[in-house]
Design a protein. Structure first.
Lengths: 95, 484
């Protein structure tokens, strides 16, 4: 698999990474390097083998439906770059 | 039969599919132990998991899984014992993780169906494609500050069921009927409160148009429509817009749009331009969700009776018509009320009192069935008083109004007001004699062949006895005296 410049630009945009035009080619090559390395996996024949989603053989652990958490607004907001009263604030995003 | 929109080039058919987001009823969130209660102080019902702090891991709420399975069973759908969670990646200020945990490839519920009934009485099956579990986003407030949006994460990570229909809907009325039926089933199951105003049920509407017999054309998705009426309006408005584009030689773009009910139009949602590139992948924080068939069976055995089954049973057990049964099962609380009144009594009479007098009284006094001033037990007792001849049907109306006003029991009212039906033939005969004497002229007319005057005499005798005489006894005694 090999990326072209347009795809590189699109991936950067989806990931909200601001890339200058002159950085695109270098980024493309780096990503292709990674993809090429990962592509080695394609050498393994996995025909008929179900996808493995984890190394544990156990299934998903489930909790009881009880309220055990929350009520820590001050601690949460203390980590935020910007707040106002009980809210986080962000630059206005309106439809 | 079918609904079409007339364009310049002839009739167009509409094709609609609905994606409904239904908030799961649970105490705590899908992946954290924070409370789901509606209307809490901003950001007080948020855990470090919900706020996506580094290293926090989601742990699934078993009850939310049970709720999804119950809903699947209620939709006659396939329950997938193996399902999995995926990350749906996008950036938005209401989504701290930068991705939504959802189910993409392996949803917990597969194909099912809902039977809807149209105003004509005709029924149709609307297919369900799937139902999956996912987490809700937070809430943004845009009107608090000129340059900032405020973020409240109380709703973030509350469990949602996304219920996707097949593109089987062919007219706005069907979309309305589908949503009402779905909401009714969810409420019966107790898996979602179906409250569209509070946003616990929201619909995305997929609309396309085509000429009869054609394959599907490009569809547009109208996001987050928050009432059944608006869904029906949005379909019509959007279909009309698309027809105009096709007829002018244009191409409809597949895009996400918003419905503006004030202007009666849909418009494109620019922020969602790239939104369809979600780069889904299996969430490495969550193992596959595997449920046992035995658990599914147990949940199934405890399901409440659902509206269709209840309606059929009401018709059969209480001998009431399909329409009345439909009205009575529309809400579970009404159905329960009716059943308490009707059990071991005259089911038809009970239906007419509940649908007629009781609904009118609730309406007039701005009450709901839950706050009804007349309990089901009292209304039942009143029917007993009619049945055993203590009061007649006419007096019953008076007793009922008193019950609405005072909340007293019907026997107490009958005693207090002295409304006991007069069955003493001596009293009735005396009243008849007085009336016949007073209206000797009418008696002559009647005997001269003016049969219609019989009703007049009945009315006068009832008036004389203050409405309390047993009407059957009055009829027979009057007949005997007039004709005799």
């Amino acid at each position: 698999m090999s990326l072209d410049l347009a795809t590189t630009r699109r991936i950067a945009k989806l990931a909200r990474i601001g890339l200058e035009e002159h950085e695109l080619e270098a980024t493309r090559q780096k990503l292709n390097g990674i993809l090429g390395w990962i592509d080695q996996l394609a050498e393994v024949d996995v025909e008929g083998v179900p996808p493995m989603v984890g190394t544990e053989t156990e299934t998903l652990r489930q909790r009881e439906d009880k309220v055990t958490d929350g009520n820590c607004r001050d601690a949460l907001l203390a980590c935020a770059p910007e707040t106002s009263g009980p809210f986080y604030t962000v630059p206005k995003v309106v439809e | 039969m079918s609904y079409v929109i007339e364009g310049k080039t002839g009739p167009w058919e509409i094709v609609v599919g609905l994606e409904v987001h239904a908030q799961v009823i649970s105490q705590s969130k899908l992946f954290s132990g924070a409370s789901t209660k509606f209307g809490g102080d901003p950001n007080t019902q948020v855990s470090l998991v919900d706020a996506a702090f580094p290293g926090m891991l989601p742990v699934i709420n078993k009850e939310c899984v049970a709720q999804a399975i119950r809903t699947g069973l209620g939709l006659n759908a396939q329950i997938n014992l193996f399902s999995r969670f995926d990350r749906k990646n996008y950036f938005y200020a209401d989504l701290p993780q930068g991705y939504q945990i959802s189910q993409f490839e392996h949803p917990i519920i597969g194909k099912g169906s809902i039977e809807i009934e149209l105003q004509s009485g005709e029924t149709r099956q609307i297919g369900i494609t799937r139902l999956h579990l996912e987490q809700d986003a937070g809430k943004l407030l845009h009107d608090q500050d000129p340059t900032k949006s405020f973020v409240d994460l109380n709703r973030a990570s509350v469990a949602l069921m996304e219920i996707v229909s097949e593109p089987d809907i062919r007219e706005p009325e069907e979309a309305g009927a589908y949503l009402r039926k779905l909401r009714q089933i969810l409420r019966y199951l107790g898996t979602c409160d179906g409250n569209m105003e509070e946003g616990s049920m929201r619909a995305d509407v997929n609309v396309s148009v085509r000429k009869a017999g054609e394959p599907f054309r490009t569809r547009c998705e109208i996001k987050n429509v928050n009432s059944i009426r608006f869904v029906m309006q949005a379909i019509e408005v959007e279909a009309t817009r698309q027809i105009e584009i096709w007829e002018n030689g244009g191409e409809v773009d597949q895009e996400t749009r918003l419905f503006d009910p004030g202007r009666g139009e849909t418009r494109t949602m620019r922020s969602k331009e790239d939104a369809h590139d979600y780069r889904y992948f299996p969430d490495p924080d969550l193992l596959p969700l595997v449920v046992e068939q035995a658990w599914v069976d147990e949940l199934k055995s405890k399901l409440p009776e659902l509206p269709d089954a209840k309606r059929a049973r009401f018709q059969k057990d209480y001998g009431i018509p399909s329409y009345d049964a439909g009205v009575l099962v529309a809400e579970q609380a009404v159905a329960d009320f009716y059943e308490t009144v009707a059990k071991r009594r005259d089911g038809k009479l009970a239906a007419s009192w509940v649908i007629g007098d009781l609904f009118a009284a609730l309406n007039r006094t701005s009450n709901t069935i839950e706050t009804s001033p007349v309990s089901a037990a009292s209304l039942g007792k009143m029917l007993d008083l009619i049945a055993d001849g203590t009061i007649n049907g006419k007096i019953a109306k008076e007793v009922f109004e008193d019950m609405v006003e005072t909340g007293d029991s019907p026997d107490a009212i009958v005693e207090r007001k002295g409304l006991r039906q007069v069955t003493d033939t001596g009293v009735i005969d005396a009243a008849i004699a007085a009336i016949l004497e007073k209206h000797a002229d009418k008696v002559a007319e009647y005997r001269g062949g003016k049969d219609k005057l019989f009703g007049f005499f009945v009315g006068q005798v009832m008036k004389e006895t203050k409405g309390k005489a047993n009407p059957a006894l009055v009829n027979s005694a009057l007949k005997a005296q007039l004709d005799g």
